[in-house]
Design a protein around this ligand. Sequence first.
Ligand SMILES: NC(=O)c1ccc[n+]([C@@H]2O[C@H](COP(=O)([O-])OP(=O)(O)OC[C@H]3O[C@@H](n4cnc5c(N)ncnc54)[C@H](OP(=O)(O)O)[C@@H]3O)[C@@H](O)[C@H]2O)c1
Length: 256
Amino acid sequence: MSAPADVDRPHVLVLGGTAEARALAAALVADGVAVTSSLAGRVSQPRLPVGEVRIGGFGGAAGLAAWIEAHRPAAVVDATHPFAARMSRNAAQAAAATGVPLARLARPGWSGHERAGEWTWVADVPAAIDAADAARRPLVTTGRQSVGHYLSAWAHREVVLRIVEPLTDPAPPAWTVLRSRGPYDLPGERELMREQRADHLVTKDSGGTFTAPKLEAAAELGIPVVVVARPDPVVGVEQRTDVPGTLDWVARALRG
Ligand SMILES: NC(=O)c1ccc[n+]([C@@H]2O[C@H](COP(=O)([O-])OP(=O)(O)OC[C@H]3O[C@@H](n4cnc5c(N)ncnc54)[C@H](OP(=O)(O)O)[C@@H]3O)[C@@H](O)[C@H]2O)c1
């Protein structure tokens, strides 16, 4: 899809796929900024932001740099999910190559959650599998990209996998695959864990409130929680944790 037609308005590229990215796009458009939001195209019925939308990968950092050269946004905001590490690296490389200002918008993680000290924090999914090895029926909510690890380690164990999009291959017979997309609430999460007889929760530090009720439900039911920590932020990229702070950054970037 082409850049917004009105070339007089400043143009911002928002790398999206999150609620924060949609909120940012809406706020920028309301401020008279021309926004192109970019989605990876993984979700069959994505929630679309206001403004222009392009869908699909750019073809690595070089492809993104070429897109930036062609469309000349005045600023880029990487508002992808905190675990979209490859896209964040690509954005940093493309910004360095093209000179466009770049900021990262990522909601705060759950390390400040009042129960964070009760959880087992691990660096990655293989470590989460080790940490939850005593589980008989874990509820796994670490997302599509992590499924291969569980298939390797836990194909013969009862696993309750909650995921947004269907698996491409049939799940092992011992698994229960639940397809849903948040937000979730505490009564629903409590009910799910009881109904499914979950005895561990394996999650990742997505942060925010939309998927946080599972943490409280697990605590109420005495279910141990294993949390995969976030990938490190890309060094040298401006970090923002909320939409207002990002709007301030964009305003400064547009003033040059
Ligand atoms: N990871 C999660 O847990 C999670 C959760 C909720 C939503 N999401 C959203 O889902 C999308 C994919 O996440 P991921 O973890 O698979 O990313 P990733 O591993 O960091 O990125 C893999 C590749 O997907 C493409 N891509 C990712 N985000 C894109 C975007 N916003 N626009 C265009 N291309 C994009 C890029 O392809 P090219 O190299 O070809 O450009 C990138 O190299 C992101 O938009 C993210 O915000 C992710």
